[in-house]
Structure formats: structure tokens, C-alpha cells
Design a protein. Structure first.
Length: 133
């Protein structure tokens, strides 16, 4: 089995509504999605997948859809006020935890047809979550 991993940095804000501590407040992260692709064999160029193609597909989606946006759970009372001032946000059907965001990125990679086997999200140094199927 061959594996390659591409790091895709992005910045985002969020809050966790049901969190008992400071994570319930709006705050931001300089995150890194480490996306692992796997294959039993290599292509004609000797690669699992071309890093440039990964950047132009999943990397482009990540920058367009999540980078420098507030990621908020559907029903968050801040959504209406933020929309009123045209703050860029993404309304998600789940709590925007590192674990859920890793799964969200994994699922998008699958939809793009990538041979993804894991997404490791570094929320901040020392705080990381991984989703594997």
C-alpha cells in the first residue's frame, strides 16, 4: 500500500454551542487539513496521486468554501446577526468540532473521487482530530 499526505492550511472561526467552557465563544483557528490518499499501486508517473491535482481540487474547494469563514452549527443564534452584516459564514448541520470537520473534508474528498483514506485536522498545535473510514 502506498500513501501520500498533502497539508492544506486554512483559517476559520467557529464556536461550540454546547461546550461548557471558552469554546462556546466565537474564536478562530489556523488549521491544517492533512489529507492522506492511498493506493495499492502507482500510476504511469509513479504516483499515488499528483499533489498539484489535489491542490486544484480539494485544496481549491477548501479555500473557497471554508477558509476565512465562520463555521457555525445550524440554529446558532449568531447566524442572523452575522448575515445582517454580510459576514461570510457556513451553516453546518453539525457542531463544527475538529472531529466533525475532519469527517466533512473526508466526505468532500470522496465526492471529488479522490482515493482518500484519512483526514487529520490540526486545529492548533497540540489539538488534532482524525477521521478514517
Amino acid at each position: 500500500m502506498y500513501r501520500v499526505t498533502q497539508e492544506l492550511p486554512f483559517c476559520y472561526g467557529h464556536r461550540l454551542l454546547k461546550h461548557p467552557g471558552k469554546c462556546a465563544r466565537l474564536h478562530g483557528h489556523n488549521g491544517v487539513a492533512k489529507v492522506t490518499l492511498s493506493s495499492q499501486g502507482l500510476d504511469a508517473q509513479g504516483m499515488v496521486f499528483d499533489f498539484d491535482e489535489l491542490l486544484s481540487s480539494l485544496g481549491a474547494w477548501l479555500l473557497a468554501e471554508l477558509d476565512h469563514k465562520l463555521l457555525l452549527e445550524r440554529g446558532d443564534p449568531a447566524i442572523a446577526a452575522l448575515r445582517d452584516i454580510t459576514e461570510p459564514l457556513v451553516e453546518l448541520p453539525f457542531a463544527p468540532t475538529a472531529e466533525n470537520l475532519a469527517r466533512y473534508i473526508f466526505d468532500r474528498a470522496r465526492l471529488l473521487g479522490l482515493p482518500v483514506t484519512a483526514v487529520h485536522l490540526v486545529e492548533q498545535p497540540g489539538s488534532e482530530a482524525t477521521y478514517v473510514e
